[in-house]
Design a protein around this ligand. Structure first.
Ligand code: GAP
Length: 453
């Protein structure tokens, strides 16, 4: 069973070093979190799994890592300057600000007053001054989505890789939104990460590709341990679509606080490439796109059948890393009652996501022979390249097992007297079954590799 409340996850994350409130010693900074020693491992593993599936295991996707600070013209022509807003209301009594569409009744959630202003659009983009003179004329935006740099680099990637349609460009990185009311732990924050693919297709094939990507993404989440039975599809109605989208399917996950968006898969048509393109004639873009007057780019491809220039359509699966982290954590969380009546908390991560792959634990913390042997085994397993292998010399095996259950370490290897005095074997303990097996040290690398294969 997943966690019964967000508090359970928040408390475990802090206690075990997954996530901390940012700037905590100064009272925190709202809507910002820092990933601790285990959090950074889980997050990196999730991003690596996405990259593997999107880039390495396909032959039609290239990667990109673009700058976060963004030219205002990019976000002017993308439509974000004008339309990337949420409706804001102010409480005239206590001065608190709220998102109008998050209010259940026309009442201030902070003080209960009904004296609220009319909703007005509030732009979510962060601005920062560029260069030494801060006179407001030279500024950049912190990107509100990673996607725009994929569009503005479209021609560079195309020309340097000789790709033909269909093909995609993938990027993982930070995005920033000045959310009016950040909330629900890492679900809605002001600085977060996205894993975005822009998949460029021939106009007309876009709807079939859209359906295919929805299915592909459900399968991927399932492989991360996020059961597809706990994801609902939400076909976004026309009046709720983002300004660039012709159709969007949201993957709605059962988070501890409610069913909300984990990932959006949008059909962005030729909106972005068209808008960033200076119209130079001989190719068609949608009527709703106003081509750019400020760029020299023609973000189009040559039709291989001799039909002139084509502005591709784009299908965009866009997932939040932080929301993915929360979903994976929630799915992995379980509290079990053991035969002796005691309880153990387990994070049953899929092995490839586990922050620590193997903990190597010496039975006696001060016994030179056992300690040296354990350190040697740690180095040996670390060299396999599976991820983090931890040498843990706490000297209390029972406690070490409990701790590693709670942080999701799949295997614990215990080095004891039998190892060094008798048969050069170790005990391997399995997180899920709690079974213990005696394995020869000479066979340990194969055993561990087999487990993580
Ligand atoms: N490029 C398309 C795009 O940005 P979006 O639905 O606004 O679309 C995509 O964002 C994903 O980014 C969401 O599904 C969510 O997982 C994540 N996301 C968006 N805003 C977020 C926030 N304030 N905090 C955490 N994650 C967020």
């Amino acid at each position: 069973m997943p966690a019964s409340s967000m508090e359970e996850l928040v408390s475990l994350c802090k206690r075990r070093g997954f996530i901390f409130q940012s700037s905590d010693i100064y009272g925190g900074l709202q809507g910002l979190y820092d990933y601790g020693p285990l959090g950074v491992e889980l997050k990196n593993n999730l991003k690596a799994a996405w990259w593997r599936a999107m880039v390495y295991e396909r032959d039609d996707v290239e990667g990109l890592d673009a700058a976060i600070l963004t030219n205002p013209l990019t976000l002017k022509y993308s439509g974000h300057e004008e339309t990337f807003t949420d409706p804001l209301v102010d409480c005239r009594s206590c001065k608190a600000r709220h998102r109008a569409d998050h209010l259940d009744e026309q009442k201030c959630p902070a003080c209960g007053s009904t004296d609220l202003t009319e909703p007005r659009p509030f732009n979510l983009m962060f601005k920062t001054a560029m260069g030494p003179v801060d006179d407001g004329s030279s500024f950049a935006y912190l990107r509100p989505e990673t996607a725009q740099a994929i569009f503005t680099n479209f021609k560079h990637v195309l020309d340097s890789t000789s790709r033909r349609l269909p093909f995609g460009i993938a990027q993982v990185g930070k995005a920033f939104r000045n959310e009016i009311t950040p909330r629900n732990f890492i679900f809605r924050v002001r600085e977060f990460e996205q894993m975005e693919l822009e998949f460029f297709v021939q106009p007309g094939s876009d709807e079939a590709w859209h359906e295919q990507w929805v299915e592909n993404r459900l399968q991927w989440w399932d492989a991360q341990g996020v059961n597809r039975n706990r994801i609902e599809l939400y076909r976004v109605p026309a009046d709720e679509l983002a300004h660039y989208s012709k159709a969007t399917v949201d993957l709605m996950y059962h988070f501890p606080h409610g069913v909300e968006e984990l990932e959006g898969i949008a059909n962005r048509t030729d909106f972005d490439l068209g808008s960033h393109t200076k119209a130079q004639g001989d190719y068609e873009i949608s009527a709703r796109v106003t081509p750019n007057k400020d760029s020299n780019a023609k973000l189009a491809v040559q039709d291989p059948d001799g039909g002139g220039w084509v502005v591709p359509y784009v299908i965009e699966p866009s997932a939040g890393v932080d929301r993915g982290f929360l979903a994976v954590l929630n799915e992995a969380y379980r509290v079990e009652t053991l035969d002796n009546g005691s309880e153990r908390t387990v994070l049953g991560f899929r092995p490839h996501l586990a922050p620590i792959k193997v903990a190597v634990v010496p039975l006696k913390r001060n016994h030179e022979g056992i300690v040296d042997k354990a350190k040697g085994i740690k180095q040996h397993l670390q060299a396999l390249g599976l991820g983090r292998i931890l040498y843990e010399n706490t000297g209390n095996i029972g406690k070490a097992y409990r701790r590693h259950d709670e942080i999701g370490t799949p295997l614990c290897v215990t080095v004891d007297f039998q190892t060094i005095e008798e048969d050069d074997s170790v005990t391997v303990r399995d997180r899920d079954t709690m079974t213990q097996e005696r394995i020869a040290v000479a066979a340990l690398a194969d055993y561990v590799q087999g487990y993580f294969r």
